[in-house]
Design a protein around this ligand. Structure first.
Ligand code: TYM
Length: 392
């Protein structure tokens, strides 16, 4: 494979599919480990590839392309055609995505939200953003309900700072919107047996019963638009593929509850700066948080794993390998939307013209500039939180 053109959107094989590693990857909403083979996940989860006519139809209806589609970062879907047909016929649909507030937001979380924002802007639809303070209380022994609620508010600031308009964007914090959500969660839970939940999530005897119940809460926002509007309003859920298991259950129960099945668009995961697939919340060096200051970002980025050689001399002679490089993925997934620039960077990287240290410094400047703007926007959003949060 080496030596062939390698950018995914220009026909390169995926990093994960190239990996010579026979370890079976685990991809669940709570754990991503091993080398993720994204093609294999399509088979394992039974989703469809987001390519060809369906991708063209999405771009056509949106009126423009997006780099996350061009580069195969959003690469898989369930029933996206249902949403596109509704869009073409002028029938309502809504967006739904979310966040589990176990800490501050990191750059990986931002990735699907940027795509959500683009979809909302192109299609002018309602957006429901669930923040699961209950989930993170149940799943993280170190966090109290006060902690997860406080993080919920902090995470909401990041979401709002990306430009989601008030009025069309509703933030549902589970413990704050529970009166509306609870009857829908009960109706969902009654239709999911313990054996189905265990087979889907791999629960063992030492899980607490709240963890087993929780998936019914993540189903609810898929039904909320239909529930609130009193008519069929299916949701499209753009998220990383790690969240798919919840919605396999939601899709199973929806028709039995008289609701349309939610549709999904799945993206790949931005890798850890230390190498490996999902960023670890327990190791802050593995990712950049939206609240990090410039010096912290510098330290994390300069210490990041790369596809570089051990010495300058070898790098000049042999070139680096962007396929295994998380720093290159930062460019490809988020910070270098311009295809021509990315292709040029790849050539320089492979040809040994640019050293990893030089590239990191250049990216550092752009990440810190983005963070400065984002941090100002999230402070400004504090005043407007109440315009977004649904309470009952
Ligand atoms: P959470 O907080 O783990 O993740 C929030 C969103 O970010 C995605 N994600 C990533 N995307 C790219 N690269 C990464 N490294 C990365 N890590 C996480 C997740 O797929 C998710 O889209 N239970 C959920 C909260 C939730 C939710 C939802 C998420 C409730 N309803 C509907 C998506 C859609 C959670 O803990 O997400």
């Amino acid at each position: 494979m080496r030596g062939e053109p390698l950018l995914p959107h220009l026909g390169i094989p995926d990093r994960a599919t190239m990996a010579n590693d026979d370890e079976e990857a685990r991809v669940t909403p709570w754990e991503v480990s091993g080398v993720v083979d994204y093609d294999e996940l399509i088979e394992r989860f039974g989703t469809s590839r987001l390519e060809g006519p369906i991708k063209e139809k999405l771009v056509d209806l949106a009126g423009e392309d997006h780099w996350m589609l061009r580069r195969g970062i959003f690469y898989s879907h369930r029933d996206l055609d249902v949403i596109l047909d509704r869009q073409a016929k002028g029938k309502p649909w809504a967006l739904y995505t979310g966040r589990g507030p176990s800490g501050h937001t990191h750059i990986g979380h931002i990735l699907p939200w940027v795509f959500n924002r683009w979809l909302q802007e192109r299609f002018d639809v309602e957006m429901y953003f669930q923040i699961t303070d209950d989930e993170k209380f149940l799943f993280d022994n170190g966090l109290t309900l006060d902690d997860t609620y406080n993080y919920a508010l902090e995470n909401a600031l990041d979401y709002i700072a990306l430009g989601f308009p008030a009025g069309k964007t509703k933030v549902l914090i589970d413990t704050q919107y529970i009166k509306t959500m609870y009857p829908l969660a009960l109706r969902t839970a009654k239709r999911i047996t313990y054996s189905t939940a265990r087979a889907t999530f791999g629960f063992t005897n030492d899980y607490n019963i709240g963890q087993i119940w929780y998936t019914s809460m993540q189903s609810v926002p898929a039904f909320i638009p239909s529930h609130l509007h009193g008519e069929e309003v299916p949701t499209l859920i753009p998220a990383a593929i790690d969240q798919d298991a919840h919605f396999r259950l939601t899709r199973d129960v929806a028709p039995r509850m008289g609701f349309p099945k939610p549709c999904l668009a799945h993206c790949k995961l931005l890798p850890s700066l230390l190498g490996g697939d999902k960023m670890s919340a327990s190791d802050p060096r593995s990712t950049i948080y939206t609240t990090d200051g410039p010096k912290v970002v510098r330290k994390k980025l300069m210490n990041a794993f790369t596809g570089g050689q051990v010495s300058v001399e070898e790098q000049r002679r042999l070139g680096a390998n962007p396929d295994v490089c998380p720093v290159f993925r930062y460019e490809e997934y988020l910070f270098m939307p311009d295809d021509a620039k990315l292709a040029e960077l790849e050539l320089q990287c492979r040809g040994g013209e640019i050293l990893c240290g030089e590239h990191k410094l250049d990216l550092l400047e752009r990440i810190n500039a983005w963070l400065e703007r984002h941090q100002a926007a999230r402070e400004e959003a504090r005043e407007r939180l109440d315009d977004y949060i649904l309470r009952d």
